[in-house]
Design a protein around this ligand. Structure first.
Ligand code: ADP
Ligand code: MG
Length: 481
């Protein structure tokens, strides 16, 4: 009888994340490294592996990885070297990738992740630099494999975590944090669907309380955050079932199959590459001086967790609102610009958290593509703050602004939404309403103050919704209190 329960097991997970850097040019060649260009238009003799070509390090590759190392609390090696990672594949004309092996530039860091209900510190083993390979295309020609070398030689960093993660949710939170950091640093756009952020997951299981790690498998081919979570979840379950049935986990690389929602074997340990790493003879060691380090520290932006704290103190935001507003650097920038231009904190918070986020969601766009400028939104908030329009009208105008280029003021006029605050007009209107309703006026005077709503309602009706309700309220009080 099987006496081992699923609850008796815990998973051990370590992630290897590749981030494609936003440098203008390639890692070791003076040629553009832009995404989405026509095939084989961003190539140079070096990317093509021509004999006699020599690599030269892109200075921003070094700067960007140091930024990432500092933001993840790594120590930065004063001297590190590049290595050749050798293998043969049609999309790798040189026959090797330039990478780092024995002495990565960043080591021994950590980041905090937030999972539902708790936070946890996750170790970063190392972060190193490497160049990407090209792309083999198998689905465009029925007989041949096509090769696009635009990506060959574009700069990557690989961030390797300690095996500190225990659940698929922790892995998801860790990956989200990495994405947030690279975006804040502006070293990578963090887009997993387009492949600028890629993740391999190493997964093993062991009996709870056991010190020893189980045999791991490595999962590849997960091109979204949700898929990483699902693939790890599937793999943990598969390994536990296997062990419970008396089997053994075999060390292998497995692919996530999105349509079948399962992992399947790609290669076993015996088929694993022997990369025959050796020091790259064409590149000198990377020397990081204290001056360079200080210069880069100066350039570091305010990171999300610090900005979050500042938002809470400076704008009196709740923790939840501060987290939402700082999740994305550009959303936080947008919000702060709106506060600055409108001089209204609370209205800005509400507008961004409700209307702006709703539109981003509905249109599936990023904040930098938001159709309304901060200036136009500030005008809308000012219109409302000066009581020229009601809060319902603000909403109507916001929606209208999405459809046309007119200003908030123009729309308030054309849509007939301007509140009338003219005191003569308002005075006459309120008197007229009181005269027309003598019974209610008498009862109000006797103490039935709830009738205020009735009077303001009548004023609004008589003005066809354009009266300023606050003023109506004040005037009723003036005549009846
Ligand atoms: P490789 O280069 O063969 O992939 P590494 O030693 O660099 O191996 O480890 C890669 C990742 O695997 C790291 O993130 C590490 O935390 C993780 N890892 C190592 N051992 C285990 C294990 N037993 N279970 C889960 N993850 C592991
Ligand atoms: Mg690996």
């Amino acid at each position: 009888m099987n006496t081992i329960d699923h609850e008796d097991f815990e998973a051990v997970i370590g992630l290897e994340v590749h981030a494609q850097l936003l440098t203008q040019s390639k890692a070791f060649a003076p040629v553009a490294a832009q995404y989405g260009q026509a095939p084989n238009t961003q190539i140079s003799p070096l990317c093509l592996g021509y004999p006699g070509t020599l690599p030269l390090v892109n200075e921003n590759l070094i700067r960007y990885i140091i930024k990432m190392g500092l933001a993840t609390n790594c120590s930065i090696a004063p001297k590190s070297i590049f290595a050749r990672k050798n293998y043969f594949y049609p999309d790798l004309p040189k026959g090797y990738q330039i990478s780092q092996f024995e002495t990565p530039i960043c080591e021994g860091g950590h980041i905090d992740i937030e999972v539902e209900g708790y936070s946890k510190c996750i170790g970063i083993t190392r972060i190193h630099m490497e160049e990407d390979a090209g792309k083999s295309i198998h689905d465009q020609d029925p007989y041949n494999t096509l090769v696009d070398l635009n990506r060959a030689g574009t700069p990557l960093i690989e961030i390797v975590s300690e095996p500190d993660l225990r659940t698929p949710q922790e892995a998801y939170a860790y990956l989200s944090k990495i994405k947030q950091i690279v975006q804040y640093l502006e070293v990578c756009d963090g887009n997993m669907e387009e492949g600028s952020l890629r993740c391999d997951a190493n997964v093993s299981v062991r009996l709870r309380g056991s010190e020893k790690f189980g045999t791991r498998t490595e999962l590849k081919n997960m091109n979204s955050f949700r898929n990483v979570e699902k693939a790890i979840d599937f793999e943990i379950y598969r390994q536990i079932e296997l062990i419970e049935a008396g089997g053994e986990v075999v060390q292998q690389t497995r692919l996530w199959d999105t349509s079948k929602m399962e992992t399947r074997i790609m290669r076993s340990k015996e088929e694993a590459h022997d990369y025959r790493y050796f020091p790259e003879p064409d590149l000198p060691p990377i020397i990081v001086t204290n001056d360079l380090l200080d210069e880069i520290k100066e350039e570091l932006p305010e990171l999300a967790h610090i900005r979050q704290q500042r938002f809470i103190e400076q704008y009196q935001l709740s923790l939840v609102d501060a987290i939402t507003l700082t999740e994305n650097r550009y959303l936080a920038d947008f919000f702060e610009e709106l506060v600055l231009k409108s001089d209204q904190v609370k209205a800005s918070v509400n507008l961004v958290l409700s209307d702006v986020l709703r539109v981003l969601n509905e249109q599936s766009i990023a904040i930098h593509n938001f159709p309304l400028s901060v200036t136009r939104l500030a005008e809308l908030l000012n219109l409302r703050a000066s009581d020229k329009v009601s809060s319902t009208a603000q909403q109507t105008i916001f929606n209208a602004m999405l459809e046309q280029d007119s200003s908030a003021q123009e729309l308030a006029e054309t849509l007939n939404l301007l509140q009338v605050s003219d005191s003569n007009y308002m005075d006459g209107l309120v008197k007229q309403v009181i005269d027309a309703n003598p019974d209610e006026a008498a009862r109000y005077k006797e103490g039935k103050k709830q009738l205020m709503g009735f009077f303001v309602g009548q004023v609004m009706k008589a003005s066809k919704g354009k009266a300023n309700p606050k003023m109506a309220n004040e005037l009723v009080r003036k005549y009846l209190d």
